[in-house]
Design a protein around this ligand. Structure first.
Ligand SMILES: *Cc1c(COP(=O)(O)O)cnc(C)c1O
Length: 382
């Protein structure tokens, strides 16, 4: 399958700094929580959690990564040439609307794919019947997540069926937790119990060449009994977690996002600022206009609410965030100049513009803040 490259321009005035060493340190820190023989699958779907998927692969493969997990076959094709020794796992189950070329590409390149139904098995076998290539498949078992797994009975049938198909091999069995990031792990334990029951019923724990996996970052951190043969770690590698207060290892945020001041505006006391006049200068105010807005996923909920960092001081967003522009109050910050870069998302977890704070303000999770990083911003690898 040829990947169609869409021409996308880059804005070099929006700088996303990527800190390689932070990624490699996070990888090492995560590994200290796992047994030496536990494989590590770096989850880098959604354009590497917004950071830039090819950049992240190039960094992480300098460390010990066994698998890179992506959302779909398009992402797999996009990174297939640079993963080196590591393998790729496509998390979205193969479905019959895949093009046969996509299936053939996965088989030819040794890309592992999730499977959850017998129709998909037949479809894959049909796509590959004229070749000697073998597709490595992972069966996703439903244990309580209620998304795209297959129930235990059908999973058992799939495993049997795979053994009869010449172009398929059972390479993995996995499940996914819906509440591993919550402080109360009762439900996650229940899911784990369901998974273990299934594994025992199929004598899978004894199979050396079938990779058993279940843990995302949260379960990797909080449920060592859920590690099995491999952990699938996403958010923690980027340096963020759901409960930083519970963290037993040190993680470093690996990204900082900056934009320049493009104009300084002197507002008189009483003057309204921005759409809807939601903010009026309560004193004479110096506003700095920065070229980022909701079109860059700098969300409108940040209006009159979020902070940006100017030097080592914080400046509050004043007025509504508009499509391409936001105004911050720099009245009390000396010597702010046009052209000076300000931090929109900080790599310091304590910062007023950390991913934690942005997520809290937008009533969401770190994952969504990160995957909303604008694709057109320049990535600078340190
Ligand atoms: C996204 C995803 C992960 C990684 O989740 P994090 O919380 O970022 O660690 C693991 N497994 C599956 C199936 C996923 O979809």
């Amino acid at each position: 399958m040829e990947l169609q490259v869409i021409n996308q321009y880059t804005r070099d005035d929006q700088k996303i700094h990527i800190y390689s060493q932070a990624f490699l340190n996070n990888l090492k820190a995560v590994k200290t929580l796992c047994k030496p023989e536990t494989k590590l699958c770096a989850v880098i779907k959604a354009n590497g959690y917004g950071h830039g998927i090819r950049e992240i692969v190039k960094i992480l493969k300098q460390g010990q990564v066994d698998f890179f997990a992506v959302a779909n076959v398009y992402e797999a094709a996009y990174i297939a040439d640079i993963v080196g020794e590591a393998k790729i796992l496509v998390l979205e189950p193969v479905h019959t609307s895949y093009s046969p070329e996509a299936v053939r590409l996965c088989a030819a390149k040794g890309i592992h794919c999730a499977i959850v139904d017998v129709e998909a098995l037949k479809f894959v076998q049909d796509c590959l019947k004229d070749s000697n290539d073998i597709l490595n498949v992972h069966i996703k078992v439903e244990t309580g997540m209620g998304r795209c797994g297959i129930d235990a009975k059908k999973a058992a049938q799939l495993i049997k069926k795979i053994q009869t198909l010449k172009n398929l091999r059972l390479a993995g069995v996995y499940t996914h937790f819906s509440t591993a990031a919550e402080k109360n792990l009762t439900y996650a334990e229940y899911q784990l119990q369901n998974f273990q029951t299934f594994l025992s019923s199929q004598s899978l724990l004894a199979c050396k060449d079938v990779i058993i996996h279940s843990a995302n970052s949260a379960a990797m951190l909080n449920m060592p009994q859920a590690h099995f043969d491999m952990v699938r770690c996403g958010i923690a590698l980027f340096g963020w977690v759901e409960h930083p207060d519970l963290l037993k290892i040190k993680l470093e945020p690996a990204m900082k996002f900056e934009v320049p001041v493009v104009q300084l505006n002197h507002y008189k006391k009483g003057q309204p600022i921005g759409y809807g006049r939601t903010f009026s200068a309560w004193r004479d105010i110096v506003g700095a206009i920065v070229p980022i807005g909701y079109a860059d996923n700098y969300w409108r909920v940040y209006s009159n609410n979020a902070f940006m960092k100017v030097g080592d001081k914080f400046a509050q967003v004043i007025g509504r965030v508009s499509m391409d522009k936001t105004i911050i109050d720099v009245t009390d910050i000396p010597d702010v100049k046009v052209g000076q870069y300000v931090t929109v998302i900080d790599n310091d977890p304590q910062s007023l513009c950390s991913v934690y704070r942005q997520a809290e303000m937008a009533d969401t999770i770190c994952h969504e803040v990160l995957t909303s990083l604008p694709a057109r911003a320049l990535r600078i690898i340190h």
